[in-house]
Design a protein around this ligand. Structure first.
Ligand SMILES: [Zn+2]
Length: 452
């Protein structure tokens, strides 16, 4: 098997951007060489001035299958991923039915995924109110970590945990050595704010009503509780989708003190801001909410100084009707933003204007999420020994987001109509073209990753 050489003037490696060729054989990267050192007999694919990025790893995706495949599914989510430059998705244990909180549910998920995936994937396990006894069996069955909610997750089927239930789960989580990903909002401040808004008969078409209903205090108090539990139980803590920049100082302090905590934020918190959200624009509803422009810039600062470790999409699709677009009520609309197919250009548009490079993007959106999801040995980097997951990306090209470029089940998005910088021209999964020039190639070849 002679293999291939992926040639480019801009290969994005962890050590920097360099010209040359990535040598690929039997699904793996076997080396990086200069263009004039390509061994004879290889198939040379010359991408010229287009950049080659590592296939992105999204550690926060709601695929919703089995059980809510009418919202999304392995076929549609992995299609959107391939088009967006993602080659690995890590699926959240909720929104699907049954939730991935038992080994039997994990088995059902694996069965549902078979033959449908255009990119590789892994399943997170769930920590719910009553499954403490399932935590270690789930780890043994191959989940790379767990997810829990400190507040009602907005739909039935996956229960939140109280502090007491979390305390019952944490010794098990700690024994597995795997990370616990937490939706960090406490119900107290949300319930209190919501009660107050109901008494005032606030207008739920107004974004500011929704924002007031999910105050920063909810995130801040949850993060304080989690950091103290992290000190006590010594488990690996990961804060998903941080929105409240007020929490950055304490997170930074905890990290400096050596606590095993990592932090993620999402493209929508780094792109949108409260000041620009019109009334009724429920496509921008998510939880925790998008906050002020000033808050957005502080999140960018958190990425710059390393307090925020990674960027994941929190791709959370739903049928169009659930966004209640006619009524425009932020109270009843589904909270979730789907962005797998556009997250890379959204991030590049915002990051490049703040002086960041493609190396930063590859770190936040591939290498670090792969570490979190326990697959850094094979995913997330252009390096010898890794899978040949490669994205051909034109950073100078621009496009306007249209429905036909979204590829997930319901083509709704708050990014529609936005002009973005950077175009995914092709995506290779383990050396094979899975998406190129707007088309998907061949049968789905994605599989579950089992490496640790
Ligand atoms: Zn989520």
């Amino acid at each position: 098997m002679p293999g291939q050489a992926f040639l480019s003037r801009r290969i994005v490696t962890p050590a920097g951007i360099r010209p040359g060729a990535i040598l690929v054989r039997e699904e793996k990267i076997i080396g990086l060489v200069l263009a004039d050192q390509i061994p004879p007999g290889l198939e040379v694919l010359d991408f010229g001035n287009s950049a080659i990025l590592p296939g992105l790893v999204d550690s926060h995706v709601h695929i919703n299958e089995p059980g809510r495949t009418d919202w999304e599914g392995f076929e549609t989510a992995t299609r959107a991923a391939a088009a967006g430059g993602y080659t690995t998705l890590v699926d959240m244990p909720l929104n699907c039915l049954p939730p991935t909180a038992t080994v039997a549910a994990l088995t059902a998920k694996r069965k549902a995924a078979r033959g449908k995936c255009r990119v590789d994937w892994r399943p997170w396990g769930g920590v719910v109110s009553d499954n403490q006894a399932d935590i270690e069996p789930l780890a043994a069955a191959g989940v790379p970590g767990f997810k829990c909610f400190l507040i009602h997750p907005g739909l039935d089927g996956f229960t939140m945990v109280t502090e007491q239930q979390l305390r019952a789960a944490l010794p098990h989580v700690a024994r597995t050595g795997l990370p616990l990903l937490v939706h960090a909002e406490l119900p107290g401040p949300v319930d209190e704010a919501t009660r107050h808004l109901q008494t005032e008969r606030a207008d739920w078409r107004s974004y500011s009503t929704y924002l007031q209903s999910r105050p920063e205090e909810a995130e801040l108090s949850a993060i304080r509780l989690l950091l103290s539990l992290c000190r006590e139980y010594k488990f690996r803590l990961h804060i998903v989708h941080l929105s409240a920049s007020q929490a950055l100082a304490e997170l930074c302090g905890a990290k400096s003190a050596g606590l095993p905590v990592t932090v993620e934020t999402c493209p929508h918190y780094l792109h949108f801001c409260e000041e620009e959200i019109p009334d009724g624009a429920t496509l921008r509803k998510c939880a925790p909410p998008i906050r002020s422009r000033e808050n957005r810039e502080k999140l960018w600062q958190g990425l710059r100084d390393g307090t925020i470790d990674l960027v994941a999409t929190d791709h959370s699709p739903c049928p169009t009707a659930m966004k209640h677009l006619d009524e425009g009520s932020f109270q009843t609309a589904w909270g979730g933003i789907a962005s797998l197919s556009v997250a890379l250009p959204v991030m590049w548009t915002e990051a490049s204007r703040r002086g960041f490079t493609l190396v930063d993007l590859a770190c936040w959106m591939a290498a670090v999420p792969a570490l979190l999801a326990g697959c850094a040995a094979s995913k997330g980097r252009i390096a010898e020994g890794c899978d040949a997951d490669l994205v051909i990306f034109d950073p100078e090209a621009e496009f306007t987001v249209t429905e036909d470029r979204l590829y997930y089940r319901y083509p709704i998005s708050p990014y529609l109509g936005r002009k973005l910088g950077g175009v995914v021209k092709a995506t290779y999964l383990r050396g094979q073209l899975v998406f190129g020039d707007g088309a998907f190639c061949g049968e789905p070849k994605g599989r579950e990753i089992s490496c640790q």
